[in-house]
Design a protein around this ligand. Structure first.
Ligand code: SF4
Ligand SMILES: [Zn+2]
Length: 600
């Protein structure tokens, strides 16, 4: 089931974290109404659902502070971001990095990694916007008594203000009852993009706080969460192993597993993982006395990428070949049937739709996937690690939100930039540059990390590209053309599958005879007297008969290319990365060129 748009927003609100704040102690209070340190009632933190907040670490804070100083000067930056208390970041939906910044339990605004400027920008909101109005900085009081989203405000309608030439301003209605956020338009005037009932300025932060204090405020609930998780793991302790990644969630699960008596741990070394990840798993396993097995893919990433091309968010062959296949092999060899993971429901809607115990969606040799921290939010995980004295992967301190490989398409631009100087990342960048040169892609394919999308760019990326005079579709076509070339010959389509060198026509004919009347010749086969497939990987098919093209291409690939990853042993043949991804590329380019949907 896929949930999108408004339904997704509603769903995220429904599952949102119960996040409150104690103003006296200046700490987050989770799943409770009262702060256990002082006994005061905690108030709800208003933020974008699902409020999977995480602590801002020193490097994050430095970056935010310098952004605020640049925007508003040192004094206002100090008021917006007092150094004394725990500051939270709440990831919000956007093509790249974007986080609400929560100070003293109040949202002061959102930092967004602007894809046009390729730098962070700050959008003041709620208490942060109110503070700017109070300070008379980058604000506008307008003639209207009410503010509406998308409302256009002429310059002449601004009663008082300090409006810059570009960027964002805090807005207040004449009555003072409403406030909002507006974008300064190039042609003059303001466009309101967000409105709310007026709030007062950000109050002063009263008390010092940090993660240790947050542990004290949430100790009871953490103990409850821990004992529920331990009970769950105990139910599945026989024939199980923890699959660890080196991230915070996996470290928390390692600690819980140790308390539950589960000793087995698997870490898949993809060969392109940040070294910190492996070190983290090793250290945590050592401290907790767990038995670590390190699995590896059959071939190196660099060998596979020659076959598949660059991985992307919508083209993640890498997960199957580099992670799932080696993991499945270890589970099978050891006879383990249950994988204990650190998956959490707040990571994605698809994860939220799973239950803490679910069947493996891909691997048939794993009977159950158990997620003991399915209901935990990111902050609970961090607080738990502090409580247990377990090391936190240093990449989080560098500004990382999600831990993975250095070639991971899920990485955000600020994360990529944070590690750009490391030798392995330079190597990756050089590889990407060479790829870009080979097929004449714009330099932005590397600098904006456009390689992270293969079939479709998010609207924000397309907009940033169009401002630079770059056509997104041309990039997609160039990338896909390296897989297949498509030409129109009269009323037929001629598709050359570039990676099919010597297809086994006999096998292909046998497979397709289930669906077509097949005429097999030595150098080509003809399906239903209409569709021709040659021994050079060329398909000639009538344009008005593309119904079965997906099936034909899939069959040619599955009978002609094998990267020997062994995933077919542990999953259904449909999960074979060649069938799943290489064939999709060829189908997508036909769809792009003809403007019709071909894949099912
Ligand atoms: S056929 Fe099996 S071994 Fe070959 S690529 Fe597909 S899944 Fe991997
Ligand atoms: Zn308190």
């Amino acid at each position: 089931m896929r949930i999108k748009g408004k339904k997704a927003t509603e769903f995220l609100k429904e599952i949102s974290v119960d996040l409150k704040w104690c103003d006296r102690c200046c700490v987050p209070v989770l799943r409770a109404s009262v702060c256990t340190i002082c006994g005061e009632r905690a108030r709800e933190v208003i933020a974008v659902a699902p409020k999977d907040v995480r602590p801002a670490f020193e490097k994050d804070l430095k970056k935010i502070k310098s952004l605020l100083v640049k925007e508003y000067g040192g004094r206002i930056a100090e008021r917006l971001l007092p150094g004394r208390s725990l500051i939270l970041l709440n990831k919000v939906e956007y093509a790249d990095a974007a986080d609400e910044i929560i100070v003293g339990g109040y949202t002061i605004g959102t930092r967004i990694f602007d894809l046009g400027k390729l730098s962070w920008v700050f959008r003041p909101e709620y208490r942060g916007a109110a503070l700017l109005i109070e300070e008379g900085k980058k604000y506008a009081v307008v003639k209207s008594d009410y503010l509406k989203k998308f409302q256009f405000i002429e310059r002449s309608e601004i009663i008082e203000g300090d409006v810059p030439d570009e960027g964002y301003v805090a807005v207040e209605s004449r009555s003072g009852k409403m406030q909002g956020l507006a974008k300064v338009l190039e042609r003059g005037g303001l466009r309101i993009i967000k409105v709310w009932r007026a709030v007062s300025s950000l109050p002063e932060v009263k008390s010092y706080s940090d993660l240790k204090k947050a542990v004290k405020a949430n100790e009871e609930k953490l103990e409850e969460l821990e004992s529920e998780a331990v009970e769950l793991i105990k139910e599945y302790s026989v024939g199980s192993a923890v699959t660890a990644s080196g991230g915070k969630d996996s470290s928390a699960v390692l600690s819980l597993a140790a308390k539950s008596g589960v000793k087995n741990v698997v870490y898949v070394d993809t060969g392109v993982d940040f070294i910190e990840n492996k070190e983290m798993v090793e250290k945590v396993c050592n401290v907790l006395g767990l038995n670590l097995t390190v699995a590896k893919p059959v071939e190196s990433f660099w060998k596979y990428i020659k076959v598949f091309g660059v991985q992307a968010r919508d083209y993640r062959w890498c997960t199957r070949v580099l992670k799932l296949a080696p993991m499945a092999k270890v589970f099978s060899k050891k006879g383990w049937k249950v994988s204990i993971t650190g998956q959490r429901k707040y990571e994605s809607i698809s994860r939220a739709l799973l239950s803490p115990v679910s069947p493996s969606l891909t691997l048939h040799n794993i009977e159950k996937v158990v997620s003991p921290i399915h209901d935990w939010c990111a902050l609970e995980v961090f607080i738990y690690l502090v409580k247990e004295g377990i090391l936190v992967n240093p990449l989080y301190y560098q500004g990382f939100d999600r831990i993975g490989c250095y070639v991971c398409p899920m990485l955000k631009l600020p994360e990529l930039r944070a590690v750009a100087q490391r030798s392995e990342c330079k190597l990756w960048e050089t590889f990407l540059r060479k790829q870009a040169n080979k097929i004449k892609l714009p330099k932005e394919w590397v600098s904006m990390a456009l390689w992270r999308w293969r079939y479709k760019f998010p609207p924000e990326v397309e907009a940033a590209l169009s401002k630079r005079g770059i056509k997104a579709r041309e990039i997609i076509l160039k990338v896909l053309s390296s897989r297949a070339s498509v030409g129109i010959e009269g009323s037929s389509l001629r598709i050359i599958l570039r990676d099919i060198v010597e297809p086994n026509l006999k096998l292909i004919a046998d497979r397709l005879s289930e669906y077509f009347q097949v005429d097999y010749r030595e150098k080509y086969i003809v399906l239903n007297k209409q569709i021709e497939i040659t021994n050079k990987g060329v398909i000639v098919i009538p344009i008005d008969n593309l119904r079965n093209l997906d099936l034909i291409i899939k069959t040619i690939y599955s009978e002609s290319v094998c990267v020997k990853c062994n995933l077919c042993k542990w999953a259904s043949p449909e999960e074979c990365p060649v069938v799943k991804y290489l064939h999709l590329d060829s189908v997508k380019i036909v769809s792009e060129i003809l403007g019709v949907k071909i894949s099912k």
